[in-house]
Design a protein around this ligand. Structure first.
Ligand code: PEP
Ligand code: MG
Length: 586
């Protein structure tokens, strides 16, 4: 790549996960490649042929490597598919036809190759023969690979990397997040997305910067381009100049100093200087090592998202498989509590092959989470038994996502009791006193929180969903990301209403949405009545440090003023000032 010669480009998006990263890009595009067509001047046509030859060589080399890997893992028979792919690339008639398109019609190589391979596919597709049909699939596969190489794009194959790369993608779906090797990602930037999309939640959990909602970053960046990602300001710099590299080197050093300061209070309680305490818990998805969990400084797990197990494989995980996963986290955290959330599939978390989930025009309003579990009772009870069995090994709590009515909560509790009965029959151990909580993330649930409180032992507020439903703003749609406002007065009032309901009913209320991971909002939620804040590992040290720097009295004064304000910007400014005035010298 000729990075040195290319000009620096700066693109602004949504600052989604804090931090600064610098390194090579890994461009992962799932949508169809856009093939542009243009006419190349006669004296430049040889260059197009040279690019074609380069891409042929690169593709053949990739196929050889893949063949070796597959042969080792699955045997020679499976690996033979790549021999067929090699043959396509060596087909003289195809190569001649592509060169003809370049020399005679003057087309650029991408268009020339695309046209010829499509012609082959169409001709073969009309022949009713199984062998030929397989060859059509080979041509499609290998053509796609070659076009990716020509255009400097890569499919999601991070295996070849020895160092970390910046993941550049149109979007990172929850099922992608379970396939990505997190040790090789140093930042995430996406075309789509908003602050609570799952790419962002993953970035925060692995503590890497993210900028999302960049619209066309995948079109502008090529695989291997050098980038700076500024997750504080929401800025991506392509081919940074010497000045930018220098400036960001200094910013990184300053941020590192701040991080070191936050680490100094990591293992102390989140206690204000006037003696009020909030418990700091961790959000996990089950992929964390014991070391990561124990080093986090968390007093427990406040949200264990269990979807990964369901998104990872081709089928449903068995009760035993789930039990082993849950047990590992529970044993690691013992005696600290681990709140395991039952399956929240649906919405933007779709299972492959439409297993359980279905295509819907309005998935966030549709067949999701507890709604789906109450219909697929066997799947739900497999999970409940697995969680109950894990409760024999430590301190487990269960919570249901997307509860919208007492009826749902009661139905879920009934299935939990049935599951307990089944374990008793089997003679398997569990904690009979396991506490059950309801997530409050639907406005309807907020309004009937006093009723819900009679059927559970705690509330956990999911602000990611709550905000989208209170304001009717799709949480993953970058077109309306500016309307997704945690600082909206309606959000403030709804939150206060839930905390008051929890207090009146005498049950603890925690917050596990991303809002709790912002220090100023964390203080506000604490002032409103949060007993616990559950956040990603990347946010926890700063929140703790900040809480230790404030007084509860000061936070309550801010809350009183916030609840009177009608302008979201005014609320943001007040919170920003509160943070700046209390964080101290960084
Ligand atoms: C939430 O909605 O705030 C939440 C914690 O759950 P998720 O982001 O998994 O929907
Ligand atoms: Mg939610």
């Amino acid at each position: 790549m000729d990075n040195g010669a290319r000009e620096e480009i700066q693109i602004r998006g949504i600052a989604a996960s804090p931090g600064v990263s610098h390194g090579p890009a890994f461009v992962f595009v799932k949508k169809e490649l856009e093939i542009v067509r243009f006419i190349v001047a006669p004296d430049k046509r040889e260059e197009q042929v040279a690019r074609f030859e380069g891409a042929l060589l690169q593709t053949k080399q990739q196929l050889r490597t893949l063949r070796c890997e597959i042969e080792e893992k699955l045997g020679d028979k499976e690996a033979q598919i790549f021999d067929a792919h090699q043959m396509v690339l060596e087909d003289r008639a195809l190569i001649d036809a592509v060169e003809k398109e370049i020399f005679e019609n003057g087309y650029n190589i991408e268009y020339a190759f695309h046209t010829v391979s499509n012609r082959y596919v169409e001709a073969f597709s009309n022949i009713d023969d199984d062998y030929i049909k397989e060859r059509v699939a080979d041509i499609k596969d290998v053509s796609r690979r070659l076009l990716h190489n020509l255009m400097g794009r890569t499919e999601m194959e991070m295996e070849g990397f020895t160092s970390a790369h910046i993941l550049v993608s149109d979007d990172v779906s929850p099922s992608d997040t379970v396939r990505i090797d997190r040790n090789r990602v140093s930042a995430i930037v996406t075309d789509q997305g908003s602050r609570t999309s799952h790419a962002v939640i993953m970035a925060r959990s692995i503590n890497v910067p993210a900028v999302v909602g960049l619209h066309d970053i995948t079109q502008r960046v090529k695989h291997g381009d050098i980038l700076i990602v500024d997750g504080f300001e929401g800025l991506v710099i392509i081919n940074p100049s010497e000045q930018s590299l220098f400036r960001y080197g200094r910013i990184r050093a300053q941020k590192q100093n701040a991080q070191n300061l936050f680490q100094s209070t990591l293992h102390l309680p989140a206690l204000t200087s006037d003696g009020a305490e909030v418990k700091m818990l961790l959000n996990v998805d089950g992929s964390e090592s014991a070391d990561q969990l124990l080093r986090s400084g968390a007093e427990g797990v406040g949200l264990y998202r269990t979807e990964n197990l369901f998104l990872m494989g081709d089928g449903l995980p068995s009760e035993q498989e789930q039990y082993e996963h849950y047990r590992r986290i529970v044993e690691t955290m013992r005696p600290r509590p681990v709140t395991i959330r039952t399956l929240d599939i649906g919405g933007d978390k779709q299972m492959s092959g439409n297993m359980l989930t279905v295509d819907e025009s309005n998935p966030f309003m549709g067949f999701r989470a507890i709604r789906l579990c109450l219909e697929y009772k066997d799947v739900f009870k497999d999970q409940l038994r697995a969680i109950l069995r894990a409760s024999a090994h430590g301190n487990v709590k269960i919570m249901y996502p997307m509860i919208s009515s007492v009826k749902e909560l009661v139905a879920a509790n009934l299935l939990l009791e049935e599951s307990k009965g089944e374990l008793r029959e089997r003679g398997q151990a569990f904690d009979d006193g396991v506490e059950v909580g309801s997530m409050i993330e639907i406005p309807g649930a907020a309004y009937v929180a006093d009723h819900l409180a009679k059927h559970c032992k705690f509330f956990s507020i999911g602000t990611n969903d709550l905000i989208q439903y209170v304001l009717a703003v799709d949480r993953v749609n970058d077109r309306v990301a500016h309307l997704y406002e945690p600082n909206h007065p309606a959000v403030m009032r709804t939150l206060k209403f839930i905390f008051d309901a929890g207090r009146k009913a005498g049950i603890p209320v925690s917050v596990c949405g991303e809002m709790a991971g912002d220090p100023a909002y964390a203080a506000l939620l604490f002032a409103m009545g949060a007993d616990e804040l559950s956040v990603s590992a990347g946010s926890l040290p700063e929140i703790k440090y900040f809480i230790r720097n404030i007084t509860k009295k000061g936070a309550v004064e801010v809350m009183d003023r916030v609840l009177d304000m009608e302008d979201p910007a005014e609320i943001s400014n007040l919170l920003h000032d509160f943070y700046a005035n209390n964080i101290g010298e960084l």
